[in-house]
Each structure stands twice: as C-alpha cells, then as structure tokens.
Design a protein around this ligand. Structure first.
Ligand code: PLP
Length: 455
C-alpha cells in the first residue's frame, strides 16, 4: 500500500524505488549522480551550482544543443493550436512535410519515409521492410555495431553482454567483421540475406571510420547479390559528422537509412526510416496492406514539428559546416597535446563524432594496476577516466558501449572553440595525471573495490 511506504519524495529516491535502483548505485559509485536543473546549449547547470559541459550529447541526441529556443517555441505553438493529434484516421500534414524535407536532404534512392519513436523501432521496421522486399529471411550485420535493445535490433548486435539472459532472439542473423569485404561477399553469395545492416561509422564500437572504399564496395556487393544496403545513421545522421548523412562522405546510395536521436531536437521522441520507392511499394503493396506497419505515436504532431524545426536550426546555423571545422580543430589539438603519452593509441573521428583510443601501459609501474582493473571489470579504466573528467573538470563524457578503451567525444554541434579548448585541457590533465601519478591508480583501486562490493 502506497501510504504505508515511507518514501522520501525527492526525485532520486523515487527513481531508485520505482524505476532502476542499479542505475542509481552505478552513478553513485562513479560520483556522477548530479542533479541537473537547467540545460542550455552545451551547458548543464546543477542544483549545487556547477556548470558541466556536455561532451556526450545524450549519445548524439543534442546536435542543436539543449533546449533550443526555436524548438521550444515551435512546440508551444503546436500545443496552442490544439489540432488533430494521433487520430490514426487522418493524414498528418506535418508528417508529409518532414518526410519531404528528409528525402530532399538525404537524396539518392531515399524517397519515402516511415516514422517511429526510437532508433530501435526504426531498426525493427527496417528488418521487416527488407524481408518484405526481398522475400529472404536473413539479416547480415557488422560485428561490434550498436542497433538498439528491442528484440529485433538486439539480434543485430554481436556483443553477448547485451543479450545475456534474454533468451532466443531473431534467427537468421549473422555477423561479419566491419571492414572485411571478402567475408561479406562469401555471405552475400548465399543469396539468403534480405539486408546488410551497418553503421557507416561504428559509434559504440569505438568510433570506427571505415577504410577507404569500403562502403562503396559494400554497396556494389549488396546490389550484385540482391541484398538491401541499410545504414543505421541513428548516431551519425543529422550533420553529426559534417554532411546531413555520414553516407554523403562516401558517395553511396543506400536502400534504407534509419535516423533517430537528434531528429527530435532532444525534446520529443522521433525516428525515421528513409527508404527507396521500391522498398515502400513492397511493404504497402495493396489497399489491404495500407496499415500493415504502423506505430501509434509515430507521426504525432509534436515530433513532426520538432523534427521540422530541428532541421531548420541545423541548416540556418550551418551546424554541419561547424561540425566539420570544429572536428578538425579538435582532432588537431588532441594529437598535439596527447600523442606523446604511451597509453594513447589513436585519435580519430569525422566531424564532431570523435574518439580517443587508449591502450594498456607498457611501463611495469602502471601495467600491474591496469591489468588488475581489467581483470575485475574491463570497463573500470574507462569509467575512472569518465569520472575524473566529470568530477575534477566538469565535463560529461562516456566510453563507447562496445569498446571500453575508447573515450567518445560527441558534443552538441554548436559547441564553441573556447568550450572545445576547455575539453582538450581537461583531458590532457587527466591523461598526464594517469601517466605520472600513483594516486590516479590508487583511487581507481578504491572504485574497483566499491564496484566489487556492489556486484
Ligand atoms: C547506432 C544506434 N542505432 C540504434 C540505436 C537505438 O536507438 P534507441 O535507443 O533510440 O532505440 C542506438 C542507441 O544508442 C544507436 O546508437
């Protein structure tokens, strides 16, 4: 009985009690359980008066910055209109407008759009559409990718960690190495795959930029064997890497592209599956099948209005060009300041999707603690890095979900040079500290012990 429970009504306590206690514990262990009261642009303001710089952007949601005033105004206006919402019995004109604009920006074969509410839901649709179009059961994917945590999307992820305990997933899904076209051709030649689904730049896999010519070769092989070429641009789309789609770097024309995250301006859930006419016609093939694949909230007016306004902001503020210039500036500065340290393996990325890859230390003094942490949990080293950036320098980062040795750098695209420079100085100080101070490692040991106690 509710009244019998004595629960503190502060948000954190209710969250812990009713939503996810383990997430609260993890944030506490990492000393990252901040209470945010206001977020604007790249700045997150906390209840205790700190200003944190966001270098994660909610995993590439906040391309236009937090709470953009134009998106907020558009949403208020839309609410004030009190127009039709989710009738499921009419044609939402804003969905038509947003679809037309997305197709114009994407170009190539992409001339139809299905709207949904999350990246995973977009991937689910892409799986169904590819099967409907080709009549084939199989989906081929690149190892190390991240496509979402619903059952279909999860089936397209090779990392066993995400799947453990959830039972049987989709059959007929197979993995090949990202970047390997020989293996790809052997698989495609079986003509059993409806689609090859991959991120053009693997985000959570470690911000892996494809080798030259790889995606063009993938496309040619997919066409040769009748497999649809499907790009998951949930993180890379919406000007994150410079152009509207990362595909535009590589002069390719995929059959489907999934967009989500930044499409909503960070305020309303929204995803879109862009596809060729041919794919759309295969799915919605007759009057009887007019509603064969739908999603109740998919074309809702707030999401559509947020999407349209977000595209306007991205274009008016020329955030793609900004991402290109800022990314070059950032990578140059990081190489200058970090390349000399033995634990730095590589600095890489495109636009404002970047990463610093670390490697195990050679020197005995640091190798012993490093290997100890790796044995306790492979994520500890990366989490200490993230924690220090947050606690000591007020910068929010994350390590990649499928490669814990890679620090991901994905700030809002409107980030200023001064804010980028603040990040570079902070990361230099943390990296220097880990190479010179025993206390980096002794504190890490303390955290490792707390993690062990919490497992
Ligand atoms: C590349 C990629 N695809 C798909 C998804 C799933 O998106 P969502 O969490 O909106 O379902 C994610 C989420 O992080 C992603 O990074």
């Amino acid at each position: 009985m509710l009244q019998a429970m004595r629960i503190d009504d502060s948000a954190g306590t209710l969250y812990e009690h009713y939503v996810n206690a383990q997430w609260v514990r993890l944030l506490d262990v990492l000393q990252m359980n901040a209470s945010y009261v206001r977020c604007n642009g790249a700045e997150l303001h906390t209840a205790d008066g700190r200003t944190i710089l966001d270098f994660n952007s909610g995993y590439c949601v906040h391309n236009i910055g937090h709470n953009h005033p134009r998106v907020i105004a558009a949403l208020k206006d839309e609410l004030d209109k009190a127009g039709p919402a989710m009738l499921q019995s009419h044609l939402p004109d804003l969905a038509g407008k947003l679809a037309a604009r997305l197709c114009e920006l994407a170009g190539g074969r992409l001339s139809k759009v299905f709207f949904a509410c999350s990246g995973s839901e977009g991937i689910e649709a892409a799986i169904k559409f590819a099967r409907a179009h080709t009549g084939r059961p199989g989906i081929l994917c690149a190892s190390g990718g991240f496509h979402g945590l619903t059952c279909g999307a999860l089936s397209l992820m090779s990392n066993a960690f995400w799947k453990e305990g959830f039972g049987m997933l989709l059959p007929n899904t197979e993995f090949i190495s990202y970047g390997d076209t020989e293996e790809l051709e052997r698989k495609l030649a079986t003509k059993s795959f409806a689609a090859f689904v991959l991120e053009p730049i693997q985000g959570e896999g470690g911000v892996l930029v494809p080798p030259p010519g790889y995606l063009a070769k993938v496309q040619a092989l997919c066409r040769r064997y009748g497999t649809l070429f499907v790009l998951d641009e949930v993180q890379t789309g919406l000007y994150r890497t410079g152009p509207f789609l990362a595909a535009h770097h590589f002069a390719i024309e995929p059959d489907m592209v999934v967009l989500a995250k930044a499409l909503s301006g960070g305020l309303v859930p929204c995803s879109a599956v862009l596809m060729s006419d041919a794919v759309c016609v295969s799915v919605y093939s007759s009057l009887k099948r007019a509603l064969i694949h739908t999603s109740t909230f998919g074309e809702n007016s707030l999401a559509m209005r947020a999407g349209l306004t977000t595209l306007e902001v991205l274009e008016d503020e020329r955030l793609g060009e900004r991402a290109t210039r800022a990314g070059e500036h950032l990578r140059r500065a990081l190489v200058e300041r970090l390349a000399k340290y033995e634990m730095i393996s590589e600095i890489r990325g495109l636009g404002l999707l970047n990463a610093i890859e670390f490697k195990a230390p050679r020197s005995f003094k640091f190798r012993v603690p490093f290997e100890t942490f790796a044995k306790i949990h492979p994520a500890i080293f990366g989490q200490i890095l993230v924690m220090r950036m947050f606690r000591d320098h007020g910068i929010l980062n994350q390590v990649c979900g499928n490669d814990f040795m890679v620090l991901k750098i994905s700030p809002p695209l409107m980030i200023s040079d001064t804010q980028l420079d603040r990040f570079v100085s902070a990361v230099e100080q943390v990296v220097d500290f880990m190479h010179t101070s025993g206390s980096f490692w002794s504190e890490a040991l303390g955290i490792a012990q707390r993690v062990i106690r919490s497992i």
